[in-house]
Write a new protein. Structure first.
Lengths: 275, 375
C-alpha cells in the first residue's frame, strides 16, 4: 500500500465500503439465523433414528414422518390440544368481540374500569392464574379435565381478543356507518353489511392469536387439566424420559402448516390487489 | 323490504326555527329556511358557521335541539336517516372500501329491496361517465373518480333531496372547476333538489340558483349570486363574497328616492332601495370593479394616492389611499382606457350612485373579510 496515487481505492477501503453498504443485510441474516436455528434443529431431529432419547444424532430415517402417531399418547394429546384450541378460540372470539364493541362504541358507567380490568389477565403471571384457577375449581368441587382447561383458556384469550378487535374498531371511519344509514340500511343491516365486514380482519387476527395462545399454553393447562394431556403437556412430561422424535415431527408440521397459511394468504391478497 | 318505510313525499324542504346546541355552544341558531323543490341551493359560510350541522340535521345524522324539518307536508324532524328519502354525498366521499364500485352504488337499492338493481346501477354509472370502473374497489380510484362514484351512489336512489357536504373540497383547482360544471349538468338532468354546503364563494356563485350565506349559526342573507354580490345587506356578506370597499359615514338626508351620506367632507348618493338600514350611521359600499379612475361622477373622492399596484392579466388592481385613513381597492379592466398608474401617482376616484349600497354602521367593518381562504 505504498503507492498512494493508485487509481483504485485500497482493498481494505473497498472491503469496509462493502461492509457498510451491506450492514443491514448482514444484521438481518444474523437475526434470522438466531430466530430460526431452534426451528431448524427441531426439523432436523424429526429425521433422527432416535430410539428412546432424541438428544444425540443417531442416523437419518423417514420412519417418524411415516408414522407420527408411533409414540404412545402423542396423537391423543395433539387431538386434545386441537379440540381445546378450537372451542376456546370460538368462545373467546365471540365474547371478546362483543366486549370490544361495547368498549369501543358505547359509553356506559364503568367503561374505564372495564378497560383496565381487561388488561389484568395479560399482566398477571401465568403461574398465579393457573394455581388460583385450580384452587377455584377444587373449591367448587369441579374435577380438573378437558372443560376446565377450556374455561381457563377462554379466560386468558378474551383479553387478547378484546385488545385486537378494539384497535380495529377504533380505526374504523364512523362516516362509513353514517353513509350506510343514509343509504337506507337500518342499525342491524349497517352492522351486517358495513361494520362487521370492515372489522372482520381484526376478528380473524384475534382468532388466530387466541388459537395459537391456547394451543401453546403449558403452565395454566398443567394446573387445570387433571389427567387430560395436551401436546405441550405431553412434551413436558416425556422430557423426563426422553422426548420421542414424533414430537419433533408434529412441531415441524405445525410450523409448516402455519407457513403455508401465511404464504397462501399473501398470494391471495396480492392477486386481489392486482385485479 | 324497507321500501314501504321510506317516505315518498315530494315538495319543498322546510326548516322551521331549527336550533342545535352542543352544551353551551350554539351551532345553529333559530334557523328558518325554505328550499324550493328541484332547485340547486347552496349553504355558504366559513368553517364553524353551522352549515354542515344544518346539513346533517336534514340528513338525519343529528337531531335538532328545537324546531322542525319537513319535506312537503311530512315532518321528518325525528325520522331515522334510513327512513328519509334524502341522500348525502359525504366530505371525503365515505365509499365502502370492502365493496366494489358496483356494490357501493347498489347498496341503497338493495337495502330498499328494489328489483333491477343492475340496470339502475349501470344508468347511474353512465350518468357520471364511470361505467368502465364498476368492478374496481374504491381505493383503486383517483379522488375525482371517487367523487363521481359518491354522487352516483346517492343519486341512484332518486332521493327527494340530495345533500352535498363540501363535495369538491379534496380536489385540486382544475378538477374542481370541471366537477362544478359536471354537478350542475347532473342536477339539471335529474331535477332533484341539491343542497350544497361549501365555504368557497366562487363555487357557490357558479353553481347555485339560490345561496344562503351563513354566519355563526344564522343566515345573514339569502338570494341569487347577483343579488348577494350587487346588493349585500350586511358587512359580512359584502366582505365574504368577493372584495368590497366600505366607507364609514352618516346619512344627512333621505328624499326623492335617494339617501345622501357624508363622510370626511365628501358626500355620496345611494339609491334608497339599496340602503339596508334605518340607522343614520352607515357604511357606504362599492365593489372594486365599479370604481373608475376619474373625477366627474356623482360620487367621487379626490386627492388619492396609489400605494400599490398589481397586474393580474385581465385587470390591474390598485390599492389607493384616500385623503383620510381609508384604503380603497380598484380593479381596472385592461382595455383601451387603461391608465397605467404607478405607485405614488395622484388620482381621483368616481363611481355611479346605482352601484353604491349602504349598510348598518353598527357592525364590524371587517366581518367576513379574512375567512374565505380556509379549508
Amino acid at each position: 500500500m505504498t503507492k498512494v496515487a493508485a487509481p483504485r481505492p485500497s482493498l481494505s477501503h473497498r472491503a469496509s465500503r462493502w461492509f457498510s453498504r451491506n450492514l443491514i443485510r448482514i444484521y438481518a441474516g444474523v437475526a434470522f439465523f438466531y430466530l430460526f436455528i431452534p426451528v431448524a434443529y427441531t426439523f432436523a431431529f424429526s429425521f433422527n433414528d432416535a430410539g428412546k432419547s432424541n438428544l444425540v444424532w443417531q442416523g437419518f430415517t423417514l420412519e417418524n414422518w411415516k408414522n407420527p402417531c408411533g409414540a404412545p399418547q402423542v396423537c391423543e394429546s395433539v387431538v386434545n390440544s386441537l379440540q381445546i384450541g378450537v372451542i376456546s378460540t370460538v368462545l373467546a372470539t365471540i365474547l371478546g368481540t362483543m366486549i370490544a364493541f361495547a368498549l369501543g362504541r358505547h359509553k356506559f358507567r364503568g367503561r374505564k374500569t372495564t378497560n383496565l380490568l381487561i388488561f389484568l389477565p395479560m399482566a398477571t403471571p401465568e403461574v398465579v392464574l393457573g394455581a388460583s384457577l385450580l384452587a377455584m375449581f377444587l373449591n367448587l368441587r369441579i374435577n380438573p379435565g378437558f372443560w376446565t382447561v377450556v374455561i381457563a383458556h377462554v379466560m386468558f384469550c378474551i383479553s387478547f381478543v378484546v385488545v385486537t378487535v378494539k384497535a380495529r374498531i377504533a380505526s374504523l371511519d364512523p362516516r362509513l356507518e353514517q353513509a350506510a344509514m343514509d343509504l337506507y340500511a337500518n342499525e342491524r343491516e349497517t352492522f351486517r353489511y358495513v361494520t362487521l365486514p370492515l372489522v372482520m380482519p381484526g376478528i380473524a387476527g384475534a382468532a388466530l392469536l387466541a388459537f395459537s395462545l391456547s394451543f401453546d399454553d403449558f403452565i395454566i393447562t398443567n394446573f387445570n387439566s387433571g389427567i387430560v394431556s395436551t401436546f405441550p403437556k405431553f412434551v413436558y412430561v416425556s422430557a423426563a424420559r426422553g422426548i420421542p422424535a414424533q414430537a419433533n415431527v408434529i412441531g415441524s408440521a405445525m410450523f409448516f402448516i402455519a407457513l403455508i397459511i401465511v404464504i397462501v394468504g399473501q398470494v391471495v391478497s396480492r392477486q386481489r390487489k392486482k385485479s | 323490504m324497507a321500501n314501504s318505510k321510506v317516505s315518498q313525499d315530494t315538495g319543498d324542504l322546510k326548516l322551521d326555527r331549527v336550533s342545535k346546541h352542543y352544551g353551551d355552544f350554539c351551532a345553529v341558531d333559530d334557523l328558518s329556511l325554505v328550499v324550493p323543490d328541484g332547485s340547486f341551493f347552496a349553504l355558504l359560510g366559513p368553517s364553524g358557521c353551522g352549515k354542515t350541522t344544518t346539513l346533517r340535521m336534514v340528513a338525519g345524522l343529528e337531531e335538532p335541539s328545537a324546531g322542525t324539518i319537513s319535506i312537503g307536508d311530512t315532518d321528518i324532524t325525528t325520522q331515522k336517516s334510513y327512513r328519509r328519502n334524502v341522500n348525502t354525498v359525504f366530505q371525503n366521499y365515505a365509499l365502502f372500501p370492502h365493496l366494489t364500485i358496483f356494490e357501493n352504488i347498489a347498496f341503497g337499492l338493495r337495502r330498499r329491496g328494489l328489483k333491477d338493481v343492475k340496470t339502475e346501477v349501470e344508468n347511474a354509472l353512465n350518468l357520471v361517465e364511470m361505467g368502465h370502473l364498476a368492478q374496481r374497489k374504491p381505493n383503486q380510484l383517483s379522488g375525482g373518480q371517487q367523487q363521481r362514484i359518491a354522487v352516483a351512489r346517492a343519486i341512484v336512489n332518486r332521493p327527494e333531496v340530495l345533500l352535498l357536504d363540501e363535495p369538491l373540497g379534496a380536489l385540486d383547482l382544475k378538477l374542481r372547476r370541471q366537477m362544478q360544471i359536471e354537478l350542475k349538468r347532473i342536477q339539471t338532468e335529474v331535477g332533484i333538489t341539491f343542497i350544497h354546503v361549501t365555504h368557497d364563494q366562487e363555487e357557490a356563485m357558479t353553481m347555485a340558483d339560490t345561496i344562503a350565506v351563513m354566519n355563526q349559526g344564522k343566515i345573514e342573507q339569502m338570494g341569487s349570486a347577483t343579488e348577494l354580490y350587487e346588493a349585500p345587506k350586511t358587512a359580512f356578506v359584502a366582505n365574504f363574497l368577493g372584495q368590497c370597499n366600505l366607507i364609514k359615514g352618516k346619512v344627512t338626508n333621505r328624499a326623492n328616492g335617494k339617501a345622501v351620506v357624508s363622510a370626511k367632507g365628501h358626500t355620496f348618493e345611494v339609491p334608497l332601495s339599496r340602503v339596508a338600514t334605518d340607522n343614520d350611521s352607515v357604511f357606504v359600499g362599492v365593489r372594486p370593479e365599479k370604481l373608475r379612475l376619474d373625477d366627474n361622477g356623482i360620487n367621487s373622492i379626490k386627492d388619492c394616492v396609489v400605494i400599490d399596484r398589481s397586474f393580474v392579466g385581465t385587470s390591474t388592481q390598485y390599492l389607493v389611499k384616500a385623503p383620510w385613513d381609508l384604503d380603497l381597492v380598484v380593479f381596472e379592466q385592461n382595455d383601451e382606457g387603461l391608465h397605467d398608474l404607478r405607485v405614488g401617482d395622484k388620482v381621483s376616484l368616481e363611481w355611479d350612485a346605482e352601484h353604491t349600497f349602504a349598510l348598518d354602521g353598527a357592525q364590524d367593518i371587517n366581518a367576513g373579510s379574512d375567512l374565505d381562504d380556509e379549508e
